[in-house]
Design a protein around this ligand. Structure first.
Ligand code: PEP
Length: 249
């Protein structure tokens, strides 16, 4: 079976109740491809998750932007995987580069989080990607492989994992990877999965691209054979997100 196109919208730390109402309205009123063709998941900040989940059309799912690395307890300010499951939130984004760089999340910590979230029944969008310096020094694949390895060492079942390749230099910068650059890393990542996990996991795991995706550049990127969808930041707060959702059709 082919890999179903996947589009995630990462709202990051944005939104007031009024703005959230407006985005939900856009999502509910937009003409979107059927769930047979595309899986859509939006990720509001924690505080808006229940209201967004209750107001969104059923074809669009929700994700948290993070969760704690183990069972909840005395971890002030954290939100546990169990809480997300309890609220009926099916997905979580883990290892976003903003958390890796600003909050010091290591490859191992992200790997532990992915393993724990999966063990609790969450589905995971696991982010990997290199900085500009790493790309320019020719170590893109080493970096991405090390990030993926830390996950692969901790999990057995990849069914509920989507890998988001998000070059750090492209996130929020307006500097999108070219379709050829995205395809090159996605293809290499799939080869890495084949060699280090299994051919089946490599074939079935969706590898999505993130970094300055817009309504204007999504079609060309989506046409690449190893680009299975997108993780979208800025443009997921705008009407053009509907075009991105429909970019595989
Ligand atoms: C992101 O935050 O995951 C992202 C890709 O952001 P942007 O689309 O704004 O570059």
């Amino acid at each position: 079976m082919g890999r179903k196109f996947f589009v995630g919208g990462n709202w990051k730390c944005n939104g007031t109740t009024d703005q959230v109402d407006k985005i939900v309205k856009i999502l509910n009123e937009g003409q979107i491809a059927s769930t047979d063709v595309v899986e859509v998941v939006v990720s509001p900040p924690y505080v808006f998750l229940p209201v967004v989940k209750s107001q969104l059309r059923p074809e669009i799912q929700v994700a948290a932007q993070n969760c704690w690395v183990k069972k909840g307890g005395a971890f002030t300010g954290e939100v546990s995987a169990e809480m997300l499951v309890n609220l009926g939130v099916p997905w979580v984004i883990l290892g976003h580069s903003e958390r890796r760089s600003l909050l010091g999340e290591s490859n191992e910590f992200v790997g532990d989080k992915v393993a724990y979230a999966l063990s609790q029944g969450l589905k995971v969008i696991a982010c990997v990607g290199e900085t500009l310096e790493q790309r320019e020094s020719g170590s893109t694949m080493d970096v991405v492989a090390a990030q993926t390895k830390a996950i692969a060492e901790r999990i057995k079942d990849w069914t509920n994992v989507v890998v988001a390749y998000e070059p750090v230099w492209a996130i929020g910068t307006g500097k999108v990877a070219t379709p050829a650059q995205a395809q090159e890393v996605h293809e290499e990542l799939r080869k890495w999965l084949a060699a280090n996990v299994s051919a089946e996991v490599a074939e079935s795991t969706r590898i999505i691209y993130g970094g300055s995706v817009t309504g204007a550049n999504c079609k060309e990127l989506a046409a690449k054979p190893d680009v299975d969808g997108f993780l979208v930041g800025g443009a997921s707060l705008k009407p053009e997100f509907i075009d991105i959702i429909n970019s595989a059709t």
